[in-house]
Design a protein around this ligand. Sequence first.
Ligand code: NDP
Length: 461
Amino acid sequence: MSSYDYDLFVIGGGSGGVRAARVAASLGKRVAIAEEYRYGGTCVIRGCVPKKLFVYASQFHEHFEDAEGFGWTVGESSFDWKKLVAAKDAEIARLEGLYKKGLSGANADILETRAELVDAHTVRLMKTGQTVTAKTIIIATGGRPNPHAALPGHEFCISSNEAFHLEELPKSIVIAGGGYIAVEFANIFHGLGVETTLIYRGAEILSRFDEDLRRGLHEAMVAKGIRILCHDTLQKVSKGEDGLTLETMNNGTLQAGVVLLALGRDPNTEGLGLEAAGVAVDERGAIIVDDYSRTNIENIYALGDVTNRVQLTPVAIHEAMCFIETEYKNNPTRPDYDLIPTAVFSLPEIGTVGLSEEEAGKRYDELEVYRAQFRPLKATLSGRAERMIMKLIVDAASRKVVGAHILGHDAGEMAQLLGVTLKAGCTKDDFDQTMALHPTAAEELVTMYAPSYRVRDGQRV
Ligand code: NDP
């Protein structure tokens, strides 16, 4: 029996922290976990899950319109924002309960308090001031929206946190940023009837995605009525009687009911007592870890967004499971960051895994690019002017599929399965030998027989 109060103390009750605590406790370790806000963390409480519920809500308008082409007459429809928020809150509360139930079922001590490090083995529970000790400590405190403090008037803006609890829907919104959150919320608010403008500093939204999909989504969003201002930034936000006035660098003055800043997320490390414990952070405040998520202090690990590696829930959970293998199963395991499937829940949706054409062009001498752009079957009767894009990036030398990119309905669902095929190292021949499933959109992935073009030394030929 060790002299510490606990074998493991986890600070932060989000995806990574809860997983590590629950599994360690189920292995018979004495575990405590502390959370200052709500169990479930960003993903469950004010991220992925409520966002996806909002995405569903925002798409009904298009479904009602599409129904007509299939013979339906849809009566007058209206949308109640407060009802959506209340329904979402009830579901989130249910999920939070399940997270806690999982922890208590495994016999972990659930602490509802902020916790700060006192030294490498001691944690202070801020609610009571009590200190407890642990042999091993995990920091899994996640991240928070970048407040963009340099922007005059940033205090009048909201982040994604507040977007989940707006008292009422504004008539108009300006969203700053061109990443996941900006693009997803632009689609959500537009779908709910809000006049939506996106303002992004770069040449094209979603800088880390395949160029084709970025352009395709941009065009589709503009066609729906979302205004996108690229090569521009907010210079100042001021509040008047009629709402907010925004000065931009290149597009003059804009008016908006709400301004949402979606300019990335910062690691949550302030005031955690990291200096007291001697834990090193980088210039952005992210905890520095080795390949096994261990900090510079032998018994302290850090998982998830607080380490600013890949800010995705499944990655934090995977890091937690690798920690369990490493620390408790005598099986040192490094998180594997290769081929992480990802989706942007816009309308149309992006689903992607592996390298973009641009990245692959830098890595391989020659690529075969298979590309299909087509009108999905449903759009023939709905009359909606939408196009799906599907793209496979193939290393010409090995025939391995190194990237798969989809824009269109259910792209995220397809990307998950494509993730399995790429992870298994499937070649284009494996795709060719797979029977098509007809009639689906996904059958295009196995029926693109000839390359649309080749890329040699990074140049299309
Ligand atoms: P992202 O990193 O995706 O995007 C941040 C955006 O803000 C980029 O367009 C960036 O521009 C821009 N930006 C950053 N700083 C400034 C600045 N000072 N002035 C102007 N523009 C700026 O972050 P998000 O906030 O959208 O999302 C945070 C993370 O959450 C993501 O990285 C993602 O991992 C995760 N997430 C995942 C989702 C999913 O899986 N579907 C959904 C939502 C979030 P530039 O591109 O030029 O750098």
